[in-house]
Design a binder for this molecule. Structure first.
Ligand code: SF4
Ligand code: SF4
Length: 572
């Protein structure tokens, strides 16, 4: 018999399993309209690959995985795409998200489904099948399975742990699945083990599910897989807590199970792995517990995208004194604020809550430093210190006290005599730290971009200066070479000739203007140009002088004004 280990802390909330685990899983009817969110998993949302108005088949991919951490989403039935737009989704933020709405045609026409012979296929082809079938962890984390089932270095994974603990009160979907479909769950485990090559496979089930444990033990006959029944203690279904229980190994703070050679998946996930690989069926439905303040609590196999209001009706509808609804269990779940939100892969339970079943918490009182929260914490944290640091927004301290190791199990809030909603403070602190980290990263990226731009401008400036210097040096060298050879620089000669021509034109214009000003009527261009003999030029000019001027001095001066200038005459 396997030795069981203990994890620190834990609590015993009322189980409330019997309400919903007595009846077998019932198939939910086909709704008229299904709304499929593109973000139903951790990582990037899927990208729509259909258009409004397009006819789709049941199981057809309507959103493709985008990037390394992502998963595809599929049409849960055949019909027509009527909208691709933001819609209410079951999320703690209450914000809408992009969804694809399909109007069902009622025909349930499937895509062509083909099994994959995983034993003879490339392991990467099997993982690709899982990615394209939208297989994600159904225990609540919704982490893409094809990433989790990639061990990296060979023989890195020594132990594959299957989580059938289902420790949250009220939820019984895994219990009923293991009771009714144990053989199919084990087929999925075989595929996982084929991909991971673990030395051992351990299936952990709490002792409050004896029928499920018996069914799984029977189905595991001859496989070498070990079903281990663990004591009922919340949160034994926490990944790190179950690993500690079964193997005695601690996952160090800030690390993941893979760092100690262990990987952990939910039994519900194993079932979808089997459907995807052995039947070619993507994840288009899941088993959901509908319980609480309803007349007929039960588990239903329901299509993804079914409005939660319709799922509640399957259990007979909520009684009139219902005040709100919880998605998931009462310890880790959150309030649903819109029943039009659709079922997603993450929704394992819907609880109708009445004041009788879930009395409102008394007003919080100051912390009395009793330390009960620390005794209950399964992660061996100091919840009261985390509370103080979160409350005072001393986020660096909260981080230093391993806030991010908190699994938000709520055990500390459950035992707190001051009724402090501790987990709400931790969620607030985590989201603030994440926002600040993101802002810091963006600021660093902006700084990096600015510095690169400055470097580019400086480089261009230097290149320009270098080009000028090169040109000037070449011109100087050409000039020097021309001077040395006695040949006038053709460029300089052309420039000189252009200047001389301009001077000549100016002179001619000046002379013409002067002639007109004298009113002699003798055009300037009739005056012989270029006469180098001043005396002859004077005589010639006198011959142009107007006749009859009685004043010889004035007549002489006028004549001299017609004399052609010899200044700057390059012909002389
Ligand atoms: S259980 Fe509550 S009152 Fe006691 S130390 Fe923790 S936070 Fe304070
Ligand atoms: S919610 Fe966090 S701090 Fe509180 S008991 Fe759970 S793990 Fe510890």
């Amino acid at each position: 018999m396997r030795t069981l280990y203990k994890f620190h802390g834990g609590v015993h909330p009322p189980e409330h399993k019997e309400e919903s685990n007595r009846l077998p899983i019932a198939p939910a009817p086909l709704p008229k309209r299904l709304t499929v969110p593109l973000r139903q998993h951790i990582g990037s949302p899927a990208i729509p690959v259909v258009k409004v108005g397009e006819q789709v088949l049941k199981g057809q991919m309507i959103g493709a995985a985008d990037g390394f951490i992502s998963a595809a989403v599929h049409a849960p039935t055949s019909g027509t795409v009527s909208a691709i737009e933001p819609h209410a989704v079951p999320h703690p933020s209450g914000l809408p998200d992009l969804c694809i709405t399909i109007e069902a045609d009622g025909e349930e026409r499937w895509i062509e489904r083909a099994p994959l012979d995983y034993r003879n296929a490339d392991p990467d082809a099997v993982r690709l099948r899982l990615r394209d079938a939208g297989v994600v962890g159904l225990g609540g984390a919704v982490f893409p399975s094809y990433v989790k089932l990639n061990p990296g270095a060979p023989a890195r994974i020594k132990t594959l742990v299957l989580n059938g603990a289902e420790c949250e009160p009220w939820i019984t979907s895994d219990d009923r699945l293991m009771r009714e479909r144990a053989a199919e769950v084990v087929e999925g485990i075989k595929i996982m083990a084929h991909l991971m090559h673990p030395e051992q496979v351990l299936i952990g089930i709490e002792d409050n599910k004896p029928e499920a444990a018996a069914a799984m033990q029977a189905a595991c006959q001859g496989t070498g897989y070990e079903v281990v029944v663990v004591p009922t203690l919340y949160p034994s279904g926490g990944e790190k807590q179950l690993i500690k229980l079964l193997t005695g190994k601690e996952v160090p703070a800030g690390q993941r199970p893979v760092n100690i050679g262990v990987t952990c998946s939910n039994t519900g996930t194993a079932y979808t792995v089997h459907r995807a690989v052995n039947h070619g069926e993507p994840v288009i439905s899941r088993i959901v517990t509908v319980t609480g303040n309803v007349p007929k609590p039960r588990n239903f196999e329901t299509l993804i995208g079914t409005p939660i209001a319709e799922i509640v009706q399957l259990a007979g509808g909520a009684r009139p004194d219902t005040v709100h609804y919880i998605m998931g269990g009462p310890m880790m779940g959150f309030g649903l604020n819109n029943l039009n939100a659709p079922l997603t892969k993450a929704v394992n339970c819907v609880i109708a809550a009445s004041p009788a079943l879930f009395p409102p918490a008394p007003p919080p009182m100051p912390c009395i430093r009793c330390g009960r929260c620390a005794q209950a914490c399964p992660c061996e944290l100091q919840p009261q210190e985390l509370f103080w640091f979160s409350h005072s927004q001393n986020f660096d301290k909260a981080r230093a006290y391993n806030l991010f190791d908190c699994i938000e199990c709520g055990a500390c809030s459950y035992v707190c005599p001051s009724h402090i909603p501790l987990v709400s403070y931790y969620r607030f602190a985590k989201s603030e730290i994440a926002t600040r980290d993101m802002e810091k990263k963006l600021a660093e990226q902006a700084k990096e971009r600015f510095e690169l731009k400055q470097q580019r401008i400086e480089r261009e400036k230097q290149e320009k200066a270098a080009r000028f210097a090169e040109k000037a040096a070449a011109a100087a060298a050409a000039k020097a070479a021309a001077a040395a050879s006695g040949v006038e620089d053709p460029e300089a000669a052309a420039k000189k000739a252009a200047i001389q021509a301009a001077v000549e034109r100016a002179k001619a214009k000046k002379a013409e203007a002067a002639a007109k000003a004298e009113g002699t009527g003798t055009p300037a261009d009739e005056i012989p140009q270029g006469d180098s003999d001043p005396l002859r030029a004077k005589a010639r000019a006198e011959s142009y002088a107007p006749q009859g001027d009685s004043d010889p001095l004035r007549a002489k001066a006028r004549a001299e004004s017609y004399a052609p200038s010899t200044e700057n005459n390059t012909d002389s």
